[in-house]
Design a protein. Structure first.
Ligand code: HEM
Ligand code: SF4
Lengths: 105, 551
């Protein structure tokens, strides 16, 4: 069983967020609270499923990560893309506020 | 062009108010996500991987310059400066904020647009031929009937909770540009022996997990019975369609399990009760709707336009654009121009705000302010004077919208895939981009000829892969993106479902595989034979041999 972190989409704008080590939610994967065992994960997930939490986030779930070498990295392609944004330039590459990202790894 | 009536206006405005209230209640915690989700979906608002996504209906793909400018404004003000035109002739915004969505809907209502029935188990936006009203090969303008269907189906009390979503397409020409055989109901306008115009009714087509080609349930339906017959089909479906299994809920499954003969019997039985009811379409009602689609004031022109012909000789780039992107118009001296949203290496169907503004201006100058969205994710100016084509082409070039590739290999359909979509197995857009870069030599593409590649990121088939000449379907193999290839599909009047050629290819290898397929075709085609004809002649074997030879 690999380690996990808790992720969701932010209610206001749908942005990808992670449960932060410092409490609350963060957009930065590196600041996530790492949950080493299913026993650690269960109460954190349960807390994110309360009506109170739903004022901030939508659809919380646990995702596996690789934190070898002290760095947190997603395991699944889908989670790489959620973490980094679309892997493509969009809007024909004009007048848009994004920098295209390449998939790490 | 059609204008909303009072009823529509009131209804749309009320919905905006309602939704504003619902959003506020969600943000304050009064509504849970479970309560709110169906409400936002009813207003076209999805939650995707990175953000919300708003799907805006473009009824039968017709837009005015004013509406296009509004879409550009919304893209700039509320989104990241672009929009995505889809295979259902709609537009999607990929980054709206929840609290701003009611404002976006209010902006849309100002130009008689909305997002109602773009989601959920109801009758969705009725799609049509993008050349409707202009095409030389058309019997009648199908949008008149799309509009009649729109009015009948909008918030139809009996059909807001169908077993599953329901899609209708109408075409007025023999050459099917609306893919009517892969819709829940397809309507093909035709003439009977007496020369009267009516519809061939096709039912039970669809893509998705179980691709099915629709079957003809009625060879000829007189116009006045259109709504009663549709109502009869929907009633039978609403009663007998499966609600216990999401994957078996579409009408295609019902038609298959009943058999077309039995299904027809049930429909005709139901129809006999309502045929002469208030659903009959009187001549004057059809005539009233027809006035909305009255042709613009065409000038009386010669069909041969000297300066246009001269430019074709003088400028080879222009000639090559004309060859692929210009289609015959029914009015002498006019032409239909397709604006490709597939520049080499760019995401299929995306248009930036300034391009949308430019297109709105060009439509105003050259096409009676009218624009169409195609199900192949391009745009169309339907009414351009041949004498204006050169100037139009030059302006399109300035905004990078003059790629001469309509109908060629790089004119691909691709769904949002894993870059945006919550349901995806694999990415679609970057695969399309890599293919278009590999074949960036347009002369090579012209030599290859008509070839349709369609890509879906999962089995839901939003990218129509089943009916691509070459179809790519994203699959997940142990967490890796792979692509299953099908060959020989077709979405036109010779509709066919593609056949799987063999084991799937990895993300890295799939572009090479496509190139091998194309090379194989070039080697074995007889003169002037299009890809689909070659495939029909030779089948899968030669392609299998070259694709898997080294393995
Ligand atoms: C990005 C969010 C999207 C989601 C969540 C989504 C979801 C789905 C699902 C679940 C189906 C299968 C329905 C069924 O078989 O009953 C489907 C089918 C389809 N979608 Fe999408 N879709 C999305 C985007 C799009 C886009 C962008 C387009 C147009 C480019 C599109 C066009 C279609 C079409 C044409 C079908 C096939 C209809 C059929 O089965 O006959 N979808 N979609
Ligand atoms: S085909 Fe699948 S991946 Fe593509 S948009 Fe539809 S649901 Fe998403």
């Amino acid at each position: 069983m690999s380690v996990q972190i808790l992720t969701a989409n932010r209610l206001g704008d749908g942005a990808v967020v992670y449960r932060a080590k410092a409490g609350g939610w963060t957009e930065r994967l590196g600041e996530s609270l790492v949950l080493a065992t299913p026993e650690d994960a269960a109460p954190v997930l349960a807390a994110a499923e309360t009506p109170q939490a739903s004022l901030e986030i939508v659809g919380p779930y646990l995702m596996p990560v690789d934190n070898s070498g002290g760095q947190i990295r997603p395991v699944e392609t889908r989670e790489f893309i959620r973490a980094q944004g679309p892997s493509v330039q969009f809007g024909n590459g004009h007048e848009v506020e994004n920098t295209p990202l390449s998939l790490a790894g | 062009m059609y204008r909303y009536d009072e009823f529509d206006h009131t209804l749309v405005t009320e919905r905006v108010h309602q939704f504003r209230d619902q959003v506020e209640r969600r943000l304050s915690g009064e509504l849970t996500e479970d309560q709110f989700k169906p409400l936002r979906l009813m207003n076209g608002l999805y939650l995707q991987l990175h953000a919300y996504m708003l799907r805006v209906a473009v009824p039968y793909g017709t837009l005015s310059s004013t509406q296009m400018r509004k879409l550009a404004y919304i893209a700039r003000r509320y989104d990241k400066g672009y929009g995505h035109f889809t295979t259902r002739q709609n537009i999607q915004f990929n980054w709206p904020k929840l609290e701003e969505t009611p404002d976006i809907l209010a902006e849309l209502a100002e130009v008689e647009m909305h997002a109602i029935q773009t989601s959920g188990n109801c009758i969705r936006n009725t799609t049509s031929d993008q050349f409707a009203g202009a095409a030389a090969d058309e019997i009648e303008d199908p949008r008149v009937y799309c509009e009649i269907i729109r009015q009948w189906s909008t918030l139809h009390p009996e059909f807001t909770f169908l077993p599953r979503k329901f899609k209708i397409a109408v075409t007025g020409a023999d050459h099917d540009r609306a893919a009517v055989r892969v819709h829940d109901i397809g309507l093909q306008m035709c003439r009977n022996e007496a020369g009267e115009v009516g519809f061939e009714v096709i039912v039970g087509g669809g893509l998705g997990r179980t691709p099915v080609i629709g079957q003809t349930i009625r060879e000829f339906l007189p116009k006045q019975h259109l709504l009663s017959y549709l109502e009869a089909i929907l009633r039978v479906y609403n009663q007998l369609g499966r609600r216990d299994n999401l994957y078996k809920a579409r009408i295609k499954i019902l038609v298959r399990s009943e058999g077309i003969e039995n299904f027809k019997r049930l429909v005709e039985e139901e129809w006999s009760h309502i045929k002469d009811s208030a659903l009959q379409l009187p001549e004057d009602e059809i005539a009233r709707i027809e006035t909305y689609f009255a042709p613009p004031r065409y000038e009386c022109l010669d069909d041969t336009v000297r300066e246009f012909e001269v430019k074709r000789f003088e400028d080879r780039d222009f000639a090559s654009w004309v060859r692929t992107n210009v289609t015959a118009h029914k009015e002498p001296g006019y032409a239909v121009a397709t604006i490709s949203l597939k520049p080499t290496g760019k995401p299929p169907g995306d248009a930036s705000a300034w391009q949308m503004d430019a297109i709105a201006d060009l439509a105003e100058s050259y096409s009676f302010s009218e624009i169409r969205v195609t199900h192949e994710q391009n745009l169309v100016l339907p009414n351009v004077k041949k004498a204006d084509l050169y100037a139009l082409w030059q302006s399109l070039r300035d905004v990078e919208l003059a790629t001469p590739n309509a109908g060629l290999l790089s004119d691909m359909i691709a769904c949002p895939g894993l870059d945006y979509c919550n349901l995806a197995n694999a990415r679609s857009i970057p695969v399309a981009q890599r293919i278009s870069e590999r074949f960036s030599d347009l002369e090579r593409q012209h030599d290859i000829g008509s070839l349709k590649i369609k890509i879906s990121g999962c089995i839901n088939a939003c990218g129509h892969h089943h009916v691509g000449h070459i179809g790519l379907l994203g699959v997940d193999k142990k967490g890796e993106e792979f692509y299953q290839i099908t060959l020989g599909g077709s979405a036109d009047e010779n509709t066919a479902i593609g056949k799987i050629v063999g084991p799937a290819f990895s993300y890295d290898d799939v572009v090479d595989a496509v190139e091998k397929i194309v090379d194989t075709y070039l080697n074995i085609r007889s003169e002037d034979e299009e890809f689909s004809d070659t495939f029909r002649r030779v089948g899968l074997t030669p392609f299998k041999e070259t694709l898997y030879a080294a393995h």
